[in-house]
Design a protein around this ligand. Structure first.
Ligand SMILES: [Zn+2]
Length: 149
């Protein structure tokens, strides 16, 4: 049996970033990676719904042919919304966790030693490092930013 007829009949909507047609029921856009906002949001300030840049920044990146990825400043702003984020750098997996006492733990995933603890997000931004190289200087080698899973 050929299901194409039914797929063609499925309702679609325009992705909020790339404006290509995606199934009405999908949140995640397979073309650009954007997760559709369920409710209207401020397109310049809000970091949420499993996205790591603002809506307008995602549109700019997409229009420029660049991946919809957060820069270091975006990442810091995301930490106002997400309690824990993870990412990869140079083949290793890292996480940043906002602890209940409002300190910030930066660690290599599933590695018990070498956790860096900072008293504020600003201190994390200034001092966090991977093997002595500041994270802010390494950020162009960071990929696959995500919510901790
Ligand atoms: Zn899209």
């Amino acid at each position: 049996m050929n299901n194409m007829f039914f797929l063609d009949e499925e309702k679609t909507k325009k992705c909020q970033v790339c404006e290509r047609d995606i199934p009405e029921s999908d949140k995640w856009c397979k073309y650009c990676g954007w997760v559709q906002h369920a409710v209207p949001s401020d397109p310049d300030t809000q970091y949420w719904d499993l996205n790591f840049v603002t809506l307008n920044k995602a549109r700019q990146l997409y229009a420029a042919g660049k991946p919809v990825q957060p820069d270091f400043d975006d990442f810091l702003k995301c930490m106002q919304v997400y309690a824990e984020l993870e990412f990869y750098c140079r083949g290793k997996h890292y996480g940043l966790l906002n602890m209940p006492n409002d300190t910030w733990d930066f660690y290599e995933w599933n590695v018990d030693i070498g956790c860096q603890t900072y008293g504020s997000i600003e201190e994390f931004a200034e001092k966090a490092n991977i093997e002595g190289v500041l994270l802010k200087d390494l950020w162009n080698e960071v990929y696959d930013v995500g919510t901790a899973s």
